[in-house]
Design a protein around this ligand. Sequence first.
Ligand code: SF4
Length: 192
Amino acid sequence: MEDFYTIQGEGAHTGRPAYFIRTAGCDVNCWWCDVQESWDESKHPEVKVGDIVKRAKESGAEFAVITGGEPLLHDLDPLTMRLKQEGLQTHIETSGSSPLSGYLDWITLSPKRFKKPLEDIFPYVDELKVVVLKNKDIEWAEKNAAKCPEGTRLLLQPEWDTPSSMDLIVEYVKEHPEWGISLQTHKFLGVR
Ligand code: SF4
């Protein structure tokens, strides 16, 4: 769908410059999704892996973030292999609802209740980032955390347009210090 050099706005690597690669196509359909234009893959042109990798390399970024849409609807082996050959680390942000592929250095699982993650991804998760609107989402976060390896970064992220979620998260994290808070800082900074 698009690729561009920016700042990682959320999660464990917040604030680091990163080359973002946004794949087209998503079958999860979160109602609060802020990239709904990504859902229909047929509305976006096919792009050569080599061209994306060239732009990523030229950006000077240390790592690429593959996001979507839902990136695991694509076989990520060729893209991630080429990125690594060029010396970039490879990160992914995924709902985990399609089979895992790719040579990945950092996996951020953002599981959605609408289309649940496949079990196979859990042993490989580095960061669990759950978007929270209400209490039910915290229960969902804990259910997923129980399946992640020890040492996984556990993050709760308020849904941008649901201010009440912030109080909920703050109180929860104070009582459950194994969790941290992720904010969409790119929205404060005005970068995409
Ligand atoms: S998984 Fe991501 S891209 Fe897909 S609908 Fe949900 S928020 Fe949007």
